[in-house]
Ligand binder design. Structure first.
Ligand SMILES: [Zn+2]
Length: 323
């Protein structure tokens, strides 16, 4: 009996350690198109213009008839949620993003600030049930037919949170052993990207890969995740973490790097030098980003806190690859 339980436990561990990423289906519009907003670094109980950005998201969300919202993490400042009953969930999310157009599914990843609280609370089905829009997981996939989205938990990659946590206490439950967690995640992302037949492949994470902002490039992601993204020809990487709006068009890889981290506190005043031919937008203030895509076209727009357009970018792909 004891041995059977032991064998069962080993089998369960094996299954868990090699489990593929959880998948969700998102139906596109009847014409096959898709539109959504991206917001990051937001949960401050309405302060630092969070409410104003939320209002403009509602306006643009209605105009574009969005299908969902993506959150690039740092969902609750300063230290994530204290538990499933933390009033910050209401005060920073439910009572802030009230426009009817924002009453769609939110797909959220965790940021480093979220890891300073009770991570399990943000991932909890209790919150998903409490506000049906909420879906936050560590790493997962959303298949929307015309596009496939690969959400990657980037915080555990960053060495300094482990080696120099300072006064911060991180909730690393479920991460240890860290090396194994990261190598499994990279394997799963690589496999999922390789198997994807979607016209557009979009990867979302909290931390930057390419950024001229305060945090700059995240070396761990450049070294470990970027080669996989390049090998699989992804179209774009979307992140938060730097509190700005930014578009870097990588000449080397052809990947578009978008930062949407302007959900609340911004105006840090830090902009590092970047190759002029790659830097399409750097805006130090608050705002958000919209994406509209069809089988052949993708349209990106960045907006400021007043809903004014800061930057537009578009690209197209042939319906069928030339033979
Ligand atoms: Zn962050």
């Amino acid at each position: 009996m004891g041995l059977l339980v032991f064998i069962d436990t080993i089998a369960l561990c094996l299954v868990v350690s090699s489990a593929l990423l959880q998948r969700f289906e998102e139906a596109p519009k009847p014409d096959g198109s898709l539109s959504f907003l991206v917001i990051g670094d937001w949960g401050r109980k309405g302060a630092y213009n969070q409410s104003q950005v939320a209002f403009q998201m509602g306006v643009i969300g209605k105009q574009l008839n969005i299908d969902f919202v993506i959150s690039t993490g740092d969902n609750f400042y300063d230290n994530g949620l204290t538990g499933i009953d933390d009033p910050a969930f209401d005060d920073s999310f439910t009572k802030i993003y009230t426009s009817s157009s924002l009453h769609k599914q939110w797909y959220s990843v965790l940021g480093n600030h979220d890891y300073r609280g009770d991570v399990e609370a943000q991932l909890s089905p209790v919150l998903r049930n409490y506000d049906k829009r909420w879906l936050c997981l560590r790493s997962f996939i959303v298949n929307a037919e015309v596009a496939e989205f690969f959400f990657v938990d980037t915080t555990p990659f960053v060495d300094k949170y482990f080696t120099e946590p300072g006064d911060h206490v991180y909730d690393w439950r479920g991460i240890h052993p860290r090396k194994k967690y990261i190598s499994n995640l990279l394997k799963d992302v690589d496999l999922a990207l390789r198997e994807s037949n979607a016209k557009w492949k979009i990867v979302v994470g909290h931390h930057t890969i390419r950024s001229a902002g305060q945090h700059g490039n995240t070396a761990e992601l450049v070294n470990q995740l970027l080669p996989i993204l390049q090998a699989n020809n992804i179209d774009m990487f979307i992140n938060g973490h730097d509190h700005c709006l930014q578009h870097i068009s990588s000449i080397e890889s052809g990947i578009q790097f978008f930062t949407s981290g302007g959900g609340s506190k911004a105006w840090r005043g830090v902009v590092n030098k970047w190759k002029e031919e790659e830097m399409k937008l750097y805006y130090d203030g608050q705002g958000f980003m919209s994406v509209q895509l069809t089988q052949t076209e993708i349209d990106i727009v960045f907006y400021d806190v007043f809903g004014h357009v800061l930057h537009k970018w578009n690209t197209s792909k042939q319906l069928h690859r030339p033979s």
